[in-house]
Design a binder for this molecule. Structure first.
Ligand code: ATP
Ligand code: ZN
Length: 286
C-alpha cells in the first residue's frame, strides 16, 4: 500500500515557485536530491511529482497523482474528474477575448462568424454558447497572440495579466471569459488514509493563509478607549490588555485583517492609540 499522498505541481513555470513555497510554509521539508521527477517530504507523508501543468488534471483523474496545484483555467478547460479543494490566491490572471486594436468592437455579436485562436477551446466554446454566438475555434498551443497578425484568426482568447503582450501585438482586450487563480485539486475518490493526509495538509495551508491575511498589532491606549478599540479589532477571541506603569494607560494586543488594515489604523489613532506596532504572523490556528 502506498501510504504517501502524491501531489503534482508544475515542473517549471509560473506556478512552481509559489507551490513550493506553500509546502515549505506548511512545514514540509524536501530533500530534493537530484531527482527531477519527484521529491519526498522527510517529515510528512507526501511526495511531489513535477509535471507539465496541462497534464496534471489527467494524472489526477488516472490516480497517478492524488492531488495537484494548478491554474483554475487549465483545470476547467481539461474537464477531468478533479475536485477543487481550495483556492490558493496566487497566479491570479484572467482569460480574455482580444481583437485587433483597429476593430470597432462594441459587443459579443462582433464575434459572430469570426475565427478565434486559443489554447482553451472548451472554455471558449462555453463562453460562445452562453452568449449564443456561433464562431470558429482554432486551437493552437502557444503564441496565440500572433494569430490575428499572421491572418490565422480574427480574434484570440488567451491569459492576460497586465495586457502588455496584447498591446505589443496590436490587440485590445474586449471580454473577460474567466478569472483564474491557482487551486489545490484532488481526485474525488481518495482512499481513507490519503483523505486523512490531505485533511492535515489543508489544515496547515489554511493556517498559513490565515496568517498571511492577518497581522499582530500592539498599541498603547488610554483606558477609556479600550472598549471602542476592542469593537474595531476584536482579535481571535478578544484583545489582551496589560496595564502600563503610566496610570490610566494600557497596552492592547490583538489581530487585524490585512484587507481593512489602514482604515482601522486611522480609527485607532482617532481613539487615542499611540505607539502602534504591527507584526507579521507566521501561522494562525483559530
Ligand atoms: P507548462 O510548461 O507547465 O505547460 P505553461 O507555459 O502552460 O507551462 P505558465 O505560463 O507557467 O504555463 O502558466 C501556468 C499558469 O499560471 C497558467 O495556466 C495560469 O493559470 C497562470 N498564469 C499564466 N500567465 C499568468 C500571468 N501573466 N500572471 C499570473 N498568472 C498567470
Ligand atoms: Zn501548460
Amino acid at each position: 500500500m502506498n501510504t504517501l499522498l502524491r501531489v503534482a505541481i508544475q515542473k517549471s513555470g509560473r506556478l512552481q515557485e509559489d507551490s513550493l513555497r506553500l509546502f515549505k510554509e506548511s512545514g514540509l521539508h524536501f530533500n530534493n536530491g537530484k531527482d527531477q521527477l519527484k521529491a519526498q517530504a522527510d517529515n510528512f507523508p507526501l511526495e511531489l511529482l513535477f509535471l507539465r501543468d496541462d497534464d496534471i488534471p489527467q494524472y489526477i483523474e488516472d490516480s497517478v497523482a492524488d492531488a495537484g496545484i494548478i491554474g483554475e483555467n487549465v483545470l476547467i478547460e481539461k474537464q477531468k474528474k478533479n475536485k477543487i479543494i481550495m483556492r490558493l490566491g496566487f497566479a491570479r490572471c484572467r482569460l480574455s477575448m482580444a481583437v485587433p486594436r483597429t476593430e470597432n468592437y462594441t459587443s459579443t455579436s462582433w464575434l459572430h462568424g469570426k475565427n478565434i485562436a486559443t489554447s482553451y477551446p472548451n472554455l471558449v466554446k462555453a463562453f460562445l454558447n452562453e452568449k449564443k454566438i456561433s464562431a470558429g475555434i482554432h486551437e493552437i498551443s502557444g503564441s496565440v497572440e500572433i494569430a490575428p497578425g499572421i491572418g490565422l484568426a480574427d480574434a484570440i482568447c488567451d491569459i492576460v495579466s497586465s495586457g502588455s503582450t496584447l498591446m505589443s501585438n496590436g490587440l485590445k482586450e474586449v471580454e473577460t471569459v474567466m478569472q483564474s487563480e491557482a487551486v489545490l485539486a484532488a481526485n474525488p475518490e481518495l482512499e481513507e488514509h490519503k483523505k486523512n493526509i490531505l485533511s492535515e495538509l489543508i489544515f496547515r495551508i489554511n493556517a498559513v493563509q490565515k496568517a498571511q491575511n492577518n497581522k499582530y498589532i500592539l498599541m498603547n491606549c488610554p483606558n477609556e478607549s479600550i472598549e471602542k478599540i476592542t469593537s474595531v479589532i476584536p482579535g481571535m477571541k478578544s484583545p489582551t490588555i496589560m496595564p502600563l506603569t503610566k496610570p490610566g494607560w494600557s497596552s492592547l494586543h490583538s489581530v487585524v485583517d490585512e484587507n481593512d488594515f489602514w482604515k482601522k489604523i486611522n480609527l485607532l489613532k482617532s481613539f487615542g492609540a499611540e505607539g502602534i506596532l504591527v507584526i507579521p504572523i507566521e501561522k494562525m490556528i483559530a
